[in-house]
Write a protein that binds this ligand. Structure first.
Ligand code: FE
Length: 217
């Protein structure tokens, strides 16, 4: 926890309310799923498919829109830097009360990576449901201790000269990574640009690539 790239700026009691609520909700959802499955009303595999769709396709489209607009509109980008909560809400993506957003911009010198070391705080309003690995203890501890090694496991090898900043999410403050705009995308519309922005690029375990929409679903 003493690594200098780790911005641990919240106390350890954060999020307990939300954790309890989350656990309670998980228990209720599990009970509901069990009853419905036993009565033959639902197929758990179908539920998994829906969750998967929300994790990777529907949820992160909001964040991709934010990123594409930041790439296309310098005024919006400036607003996003100064007050991400308001800039993101202006596009209709508002979080729950008390949830604040901060946008962290990748640059040629610095790559940003988001984790929640204590639980699974995640910017739901722009990314949807968190992936399973984001909630896993291995990611939560190793992202802080060895971010470069974790990124390599995600297939992202950054030059040694590039600094990695790790941001620890809390229930009160959640981060959205704004990846660097890929080269060769100058003529693209906002909609085309948004297709290049994956969920992982907005967590920081990937970068945006000019052809990523096709190669990495
Ligand atoms: Fe958390």
């Amino acid at each position: 926890m003493s690594a200098d790239h780790h911005h641990h700026d919240h106390d350890h009691n954060h999020g307990h309310h939300h954790d309890n609520r989350y656990t309670d909700m998980q228990a209720r959802v599990r009970a509901l799923e069990t009853v419905l499955t036993e009565k033959g009303l639902i197929d758990p595999a179908a539920i998994d498919a829906i969750v998967e769709t929300y994790e990777t396709k529907i949820g992160p489209r909001n964040g991709a829109h934010v990123v594409a607009k930041a790439w296309s509109d310098p005024d919006f980008s400036g607003w996003l830097k100064r007050d991400a909560t308001a800039a993101i809400a202006s596009l209709g993506y508002a979080g729950r009360q008390g949830e604040h957003m901060r946008a962290v911009f990748n640059t040629p010198d610095t790559h940003n990576l988001v984790v929640c070391t204590l639980c699974s705080c995640y910017p739901w309003s722009v990314l949807g449901l968190p992936p399973v690995w984001y909630k896993a203890p291995a990611y939560r501890s190793r992202a802080v201790i060895d971010p470069r090694g974790v990124l390599a496991e995600f297939g992202l090898t950054l030059p040694e000269t590039k600094k990695i900043r790790v941001w620890d999410s809390t229930a009160e403050l959640r981060y959205l990574v704004i990846p660097e705009r890929p080269e060769g995308t100058e003529g693209m519309s906002e909609d085309e640009l948004a297709k290049l922005v994956s969920r992982d690029a907005m967590i920081g375990t990937a970068i945006a690539r000019a052809e990523s929409g096709k190669k990495r679903p």
